[in-house]
Ligand binder design. Structure first.
Ligand code: NAP
Ligand code: F7E
Length: 362
C-alpha cells in the first residue's frame, strides 16, 4: 500500500484528491490547521475511514512539517496548501510569500532532512497565474512567465525551487501548472462559485443583486475532480517533469454569468460598458448584476488560455471529460439544492417560533 501526504487537504482540491487516492488504495495523510471554527466540511465524509489520517501542521512552521514528514514517511507528497486567493494576496502579500513561496522550500527540505530525497515523489500545486500579463496565447510549458500579483510572484518561487531541487539533488519533484478549476466545493469568493451561489439565491428570492468586478476577464475553466487525477498521473510518470493542465477552451466571466443564470431559470442580457455594465433579467427588466470597482484588482490577469497537449500526449489525460456547460450546470444544480435546503430550514424555524409563541408546541 502506498502512502500519500496531502498538505491543504481541507481545500477544494485536497478533498477530491483524498477521495481519488483512497479509491486507488492509498493510505492518505493530510495536514490541517487549528481553527476556532469548523472548516472541515469538505472532508467530513472521509473522517473515520481506516486509511484517512489527519495531522496538525502549517506551511509557515518548519518544525511541524519535519515532524509530520518524518512520522508519515510518505511515498508521495501533494503540496496543495496555499493562500490561494489572488485578490487577498494584495492585502496579505507577506503571508502569501511565506506560505506560497518559502512554504514550498520547507516541504522540500523536510523531505531531504528526513532522508527521503531518493524515494519520496513531490507534486507542487503551481498555477497559470505564472503567465500573468500574458506574452502568448494559448499558454504551454514553454510560454514565458510574467507574474502579475503577489500570489503569482510567490508561486513563481515555488516553481523554480522545485526545479532547482530536481536538478541539484535529483529529487522526483514536479509542478503541475494548473489553470482555473472549479466545482461545487469551490470557495465562495472565487468568481465562478460567487456567481452560481448568487444565481441560485436570486432565483429563489434570497438575494437581490450580484456585484462583480471585471466581466471581460477570460479564463480556461475546468472541473477540479478531473484535475486531481492529473496530479497523480504527473507523479506516476517515468521522469519528473512539469505539465500544463487546462481544457484548451476559454470563456469570459460574462459568459459564465449568463450561462449560470440561464441554468437557474433566468435569461440575462448585458448592457453598458466597464463599471456601467449591467446584467438585466430579460423577462422582468430588473437589474440583477452590477459592476463594482471593489472587485477590481490593482493588476488583473485577463487572458488565460491553456494548451494541454503535453499532458494529453504523455500522460494520456483527457482535458474535455467535463465540458464548460456541464461544469456550470453541476455547480448551479448544487447551489440550487443548497439554497433550497437553507430555505426549508428557515421555514421550519419560522413555523416553530410561531407555534411556540401561540403555545401550539411547548
Ligand atoms: P483552497 O480551496 O483555497 O485550499 C487551500 C488549502 O491550503 C486549504 O486546505 C488551506 O487550509 C490550506 N492552507 C492555507 N494556508 C496554509 C498554511 N499556512 N499551512 C497549511 N495549510 C494552509 O485551494 P484549492 O483551490 O484547493 O487549490 C489547491 C492548490 O492549488 C493551491 O496551492 C492553489 O494555489 C493551487 N491552484 C489552484 C487552482 C484552482 O483553480 N483551484 C489553480 C492553480 C493552482 P484551511 O482550510 O485551514 O484554510
Ligand atoms: O478570478 C475576475 C477576476 O478569483 C477570476 C485561484 O484558484 O485560479 C484562481 O485565481 C477572474 C479574475 O480566480 C470578480 O478579476 C470579476 O480576472 O475566480 P478568481 P483567479 O484570480 O483566476 C488561479 C489559477 C489560481 O491559481 C488561484 O489560486 O474573475 N472577477 N469579478 C472576479 N473575481 C472574483 N474573485 N470576484 C469577483 O467578484
Amino acid at each position: 500500500m502506498k502512502t500519500a501526504l496531502i498538505t491543504g487537504i481541507t481545500g477544494q482540491d485536497g478533498s477530491y484528491l483524498s477521495e481519488f487516492l483512497l479509491g486507488k488504495g492509498y493510505d492518505v495523510h493530510g495536514t490541517i490547521r487549528r481553527s476556532s471554527v469548523d472548516y472541515r466540511e469538505r472532508i467530513a465524509h472521509l473522517e473515520g475511514h481506516p486509511h484517512f489520517h489527519l495531522h496538525y501542521a502549517d506551511l509557515g512552521d518548519s518544525m511541524s512539517l519535519l515532524q509530520v514528514v518524518g512520522k508519515v514517511r510518505p511515498d508521495e507528497i501533494y503540496n496543495l496548501a496555499a493562500q490561494s486567493h489572488v485578490q487577498v494576496s494584495f492585502d496579505a502579500p507577506e503571508f502569501t510569500a511565506d506560505v506560497d513561496a518559502t512554504g514550498v522550500l520547507r516541504i522540500l527540505e523536510a523531505v531531504r532532512q528526513c532522508g527521503l530525497a531518493a524515494t519520496c515523489r513531490i507534486y507542487q500545486a503551481s498555477t497559470s497565474e505564472l503567465y500573468g500579463k500574458v506574452e502568448q496565447v494559448p499558454q504551454n510549458e514553454s510560454t514565458p512567465f510574467h507574474p502579475y500579483s503577489p500570489y503569482a510572484v510567490a508561486k513563481l518561487y515555488g516553481y523554480w525551487i522545485v526545479k532547482e531541487y530536481r536538478e541539484a539533488y535529483g529529487m522526483f519533484c514536479c509542478s503541475g501548472i494548473l489553470f482555473n478549476h472549479e466545482s461545487e466545493r469551490r470557495g465562495e469568493t472565487f468568481v465562478t462559485r460567487k456567481i452560481t451561489l448568487a444565481a441560485a439565491r436570486i432565483a429563489q428570492g434570497k438575494q437581490d443583486k450580484l456585484y462583480l468586478g471585471n466581466l471581460s476577464s477570460r479564463r480556461d475553466w475546468g472541473y477540479a475532480k478531473d484535475y486531481v487525477e492529473c496530479m497523480w498521473l504527473i507523479l506516476q510518470n517515468e521522469r519528473p517533469e512539469d505539465f500544463v493542465i487546462a481544457t484548451g477552451e476559454q470563456h469570459t466571466v460574462r459568459e459564465f454569468c449568463r450561462l449560470a443564470f440561464r441554468y437557474a431559470g433566468i435569461e440575462l442580457r448585458f448592457e453598458g460598458e466597464g463599471v456601467h455594465e449591467k446584467g438585466i433579467d430579460c423577462a422582468t427588466g430588473r437589474v440583477l448584476v452590477e459592476v463594482s470597482e471593489d472587485f477590481y484588482r490593482p493588476t488583473d490577469v485577463v487572458n488565460l488560455w491553456g494548451d494541454p497537449t503535453k499532458a494529453q500526449r504523455e500522460l494520456g489525460w483527457n482535458p474535455t471529460k467535463t465540458s464548460f456547460e456541464q461544469l456550470v450546470r453541476l455547480m448551479v444544480d448544487a447551489d440550487m439544492a443548497k439554497v433550497a435546503v437553507e430555505r426549508a430550514g428557515e421555514e421550519v424555524r419560522t413555523n416553530l417560533a410561531e407555534y411556540l409563541e401561540k403555545g401550539i408546541v411547548k
